[in-house]
Design a protein around this ligand. Structure first.
Ligand code: ASP
Ligand code: MG
Length: 491
């Protein structure tokens, strides 16, 4: 009988220290009894952030801090090696391998210091080091416990475009490579341990898939191998109905559709990288989110269609590091192509527009962008409309940095009275809604509130739709901090 194939990804906190790696080994060992397993690992928690920081410091010429950082990095990995690997031969093989990697990292930083320039390509190479260190470590820990295993770098498996820092895979080549490199290992009964987060261009240049991208690595490999299941092991019980730090009583969602999960991920639920589900659209493989530290919990199952009779609303998310820009005044009615020019400008400064609303009178256009690009976007818009502002055709381009977006995610929302109930409840709670966007996809309703109202808006909406579960025990509802990016299970 064919053994099922599972791709299991472990995030930064899951491989954060020796005790955690030991838990991971146990989970893989159990799974490998009944299925073929491909493991994907993140860097140890905190490492990627520090590597990026080392790159920036190298560019600034701060060689001393960088040297200190590499010393700490070596020590942190050594502790795990010394705790988990008892065979002297294995230990020295692993130490040699790590020394080579660390030296490569240090050289890249030294080169950056010489040039005083951190290119996107160098930044990717430096920040990939965490995964390249953790994969051999986990593979050795597995072998030590009798689970034959081999580390493999995703640069040999995942071919990507050359968009450094946010690369996307070329699936045809990736599939061929997985067949050529991973299947033979599986046939030999080995557990391959693949570096998350990275790939390489057709020319072999290392790329990264974006912060938190190891989730995406897992679905890319799962899709390429036609896996039966993908499991993302993290430090929370699954996807939650809301951020439990803001909404007491938020609970784990048992089952959710790809679409809804992608909406939640896009609008701030950090448990999954927003692109994760993209790789699965054409193959329909179920994806689980499970807790490494509470493996008895069943987690969240993400399936193409979600549960058969799921309620209309599945969960709430929010993004608070955003700012609202308004281009407006009655005069803009007569200005040609205001919308086209506005969005050509945001595109030119690479500002990702998270929400748009425009009154049909065209009196003003309001858009929400992330705080990091708000200032540059406003400046670019003021330049674009300088002439119209001078002639008062456009009265203002303003910035409000004190807002937040709250998003209600569900499905088949049309006709279910969700809009009325949401705003009715918010009105009764005294929350002032500043702008609204309701996608015609009927799976999300987003609105802008002032940041100080965000918590109330979430609590009120959560209560209105009774999203808290009655059997909620209060256990294990922390938000993922398996990572460097705040509240995300990255490393
Ligand atoms: N280590 C990478 C990061 O922190 C990728 C990941 O953990 O998913 O962004
Ligand atoms: Mg993550």
């Amino acid at each position: 009988m064919r053994r099922p194939l599972r791709v299991m990804k472990f995030g930064g906190t899951s491989v954060g220290d020796a005790a955690c790696v030991a838990k991971v080994v146990e989970i893989i060992r159990t799974a490998s009894r009944e299925s073929d397993v491909v493991v994907v690992v993140s860097a140890m928690s905190g490492v990627t952030n520090k590597l990026i920081d080392a790159g920036t410091k190298s560019e600034a010429g701060d060689g001393a801090s960088v040297e200190l950082f590499f010393k700490g990095l070596r020590e942190r990995h050594d502790v795990v090696v010394n705790t988990l690997i008892h065979s002297a031969a294995q230990r020295s093989r692993l130490s040699r391998k790590m020394a080579v990697l660390l030296q490569e990292g240090e050289r890249l930083c030294q080169g950056t210091t010489l040039l005083r320039e951190l290119t996107p390509r160098a930044r990717d190479s430096i920040s990939s080091l965490g995964e390249r260190l953790s994969a051999p470590l986990v593979a050795a820990a597995l072998t030590e416990c009798g689970v034959a295993s081999q580390a493999i770098e995703a640069t040999e498996l995942i071919q990507t475009d050359s968009c450094h820092g946010a690369a996307d895979p070329c699936m045809d080549v990736t599939r061929e490579r997985c067949d050529a490199h991973l299947r033979p290992l599986l046939r030999k009964g080995l557990v391959p341990v693949v570096t998350g987060f990275i790939g390489a261009t057709a020319g072999g240049v290392l790329t990264t898939l974006g912060r938190g991208g190891s989730d995406y690595s897992a679905t890319i490999l799962g899709a390429a191998l036609d896996a039966d299941e993908i499991l993302i092991w993290t430090d929370v019980d699954g996807m939650l109905t809301a951020d439990p730090r803001l909404v007491p009583g938020a609970c784990t969602i048992a089952e959710i559709s790809y679409r809804e999960a992608a909406e939640l991920a896009h609008f701030g639920a950090k448990v999954l990288h927003p692109k994760t589900l993209r790789a699965l659209i054409h193959c329909g493989i179920p994806l689980w989110i499970r807790n490494t530290f509470a493996p008895e919990q069943s987690g969240t199952k993400i399936t193409p269609a979600g549960p058969p009779n799921g309620r209309g609303i599945r969960g709430l998310t929010c993004i608070s590091d955003v700012a609202m820009i308004t281009v407006g005044g009655p005069g803009i009615v007569g200005v040609p192509d205001v919308l086209g020019r506005t969005f050509a400008t945001t595109a030119a400064v690479r500002a990702n527009v998270l929400l748009i609303s425009q009154s049909s009178s065209q009196n003003d256009i309001c858009l929400v962008v992330s705080s990091s690009v708000a200032k540059s976007t406003v400046e670019a818009l003021r330049r674009e409309f300088a002439h119209d502002l001078a002639h008062e055709k456009v009265e203002h381009v303003t910035l409000d940095p004190t807002v937040a977006i709250v998003t209600v995610v569900g499905r088949n929302m049309r006709g279910s009275g969700i809009v009325g109930r949401t705003f009715g409840a918010l009105g009764r709670s005294g929350v002032n809604v500043i702008a609204i966007a309701l996608g015609s996809s009927e799976c999300n309703l987003s609105f802008v509130v002032s940041r100080e109202d965000m918590k109330d808006a979430l609590v009120t909406t959560h209560r209105e739709f009774q999203l808290g579960c009655t059997e909620y025990t209060g256990a294990n509802v922390t938000v993922s901090c398996d990572s460097d990016t705040p509240n995300a299970d990255n490393a």
